[in-house]
Design a protein around this ligand. Structure first.
Ligand code: LLP
Length: 439
């Protein structure tokens, strides 16, 4: 990983050659910043680790949907993993080849299925018999066969947060391992489906190789059984989930070791292998840059109140996730104090980090929240009517605005006032008419 760099003298932080202080000045805070070099290095590393079998690396769009990020990865040969009609639209607008798009998710609507069929995506990952029926029916309207892969739930435990562990039998995902053959026989009889593969995704942020190896063993076994049943399985999708090192003490998954352990089985599969990584590509490439507003000394704690909040980066609040937080530019090795880094939102759960030691902080200090590129901006909301942050890409000493900061007009502009409120005085103060606050 290449970013961030720290000037040894001034302790100033730079991302791909651009000082974060310059970014804050130019684009304001809170701000998402993506390092082009890290993004590309992470993608290339996965590709190289598995180069021998030339897998399709279908970037998991849900982790980061910014069109520039998608384009950079598409240019390098990535496919895309999508989970909604909205993500399909983004994928197409970013120029993705539909023949490299995989559509997953337990609740695809008929409209979404039709849109994906219309552009001829590579495959739908089927998650239930009812969904298979729906795809079959929609495809019959097109007079075509929809390509499908069955998502198997391999019932493999992965040591991760229970909200993002998907491979156990208790979760809503996939078809139970022992029911898959029966379902596949049923699918094979549906006239408008073409069963082409199997899919397994056991969860996210998995840093051990063992669960992936176990899941692959089960998938290999299943593939052989299905082939013995006379079915053609040309596509084996092993999902995403490669874990990254959020904490100083956690090692990211050892991709080369994983590839070494998986390769004998992958070689023997004789199928197009697909991976759907999201976090491991874009997570460490993204940062949330935030500014200290106030320091508040409470009885037992010291709070650094910053302008970034849980609506910008939800992971700490939702999963108690740890993100490293770096202070920009404070030379010397003085005294340190411990802070909770919190946002302006009216919730106790609104924090970006707890009990973090820093040199004494002061208003206007810049803090860089690391590993925020995946499930950062895509899970951002407008809670407390806070416009979502701008996004910037840094590459070779230059910064590019890749998404404007949202405006309050854009947020309020979606609302409608019912006619019965018109004329009651609300008209003049209508939600759509902005009032000038500042001259
Ligand atoms: N494929 C499927 C079918 C998935 O459900 C997911 C993630 C991925 C691929 C990509 O997994 P990755 O390589 O990014 O681990 N919001 C949570 C993560 C939710 C993951 C959902 N599915 C977080 O912030 O940790």
């Amino acid at each position: 990983m290449t970013a961030p760099e720290r000037d040894p003298r001034s302790q100033a932080l730079k991302l791909d050659g651009v000082p974060v202080a310059t970014l804050a000045r130019r684009f304001g805070t809170p701000l998402y910043v993506y390092s082009h070099s890290t993004l590309v290095a992470n993608y290339d590393r996965i590709r190289q680790a598995f180069a021998e079998i030339d897998p399709l690396i279908a970037f998991s769009t849900k982790s980061n949907t910014n069109g520039t990020i998608l384009r950079i990865l598409l240019e390098r040969g990535a496919g895309l993993d999508i989970v909604s009609g909205g993500e399909l639209e983004r994928a197409l607008r970013a120029g993705a080849d539909p023949a490299r798009i995989i559509y997953a998710g337990v609740g695809k609507t008929r409209e979404e299925i039709a849109a994906a069929l219309n552009v001829r995506i590579l495959a739908f990952n089927v998650e239930s018999p009812a969904e298979a029926e729906a795809i079959n029916e929609v495809a019959s309207g097109f007079g075509r066969k929809a390509p499908v892969a069955v998502r198997v739930n391999p019932d493999v435990a992965a040591d991760t947060h229970h909200y993002i562990s998907t491979g156990r039998k208790e979760t809503k995902f996939g078809i139970p391992y022992h029911d898959v053959r029966r379902l596949c026989r049923r699918l094979a009889r549906m006239p408008h489906l073409r069963l082409i593969g199997v899919h397994a995704h056991i969860g996210s942020q998995i840093t051990q190789t063992e669960p992936f190896v176990k899941a692959l063993e089960r998938v290999v076994q299943l593939t052989h059984q299905l082939r013995r049943d006379g079915l053609t399985i040309d596509l084996v999708n092993l999902g995403g989930g490669f874990g990254i090192g959020y904490e100083e003490s956690t090692q990211p998954i050892d991709l080369e070791e994983l590839a070494r352990r998986m390769m004998p089985m992958l070689r023997e599969l004789r199928a197009q292998v697909i991976f759907e990584p999201g976090r491991s590509i874009v997570g460490p490439a993204g940062f949330l840059l935030t500014r200290v507003l106030y320091i508040k000394e409470a009885q037992t704690k010291c709070f650094a109140i910053v302008d970034g909040a849980m609506n910008d980066l939800l992971r700490p609040s939702l999963y108690s996730a740890y993100h490293r937080i770096l202070l920009d530019g404070r030379p010397g090795r003085g005294r340190r104090r411990v802070y909770d880094v919190v946002g302006p939102i009216c919730e106790t759960g609104d924090f970006l980090g707890k009990d973090r030691p820093f040199p004494p902080l002061k208003p206007d200090d810049l803090l860089l929240v690391c590993d925020a590129g995946a499930y950062g901006m895509t899970m951002a909301s407008n809670y407390n009517s806070r416009p979502r942050p701008a996004e910037v890409l840094v590459r070779q000493d230059k910064a590019y605005l890749i998404r404007h900061r949202e405006t309050i007009d854009q947020i309020i502009g979606c609302e409608e006032i019912p006619p019965f409120l018109n004329g009651s005085g609300a008209e003049q103060r209508s939600a759509r008419s902005p009032r000038k606050v500042r001259a």
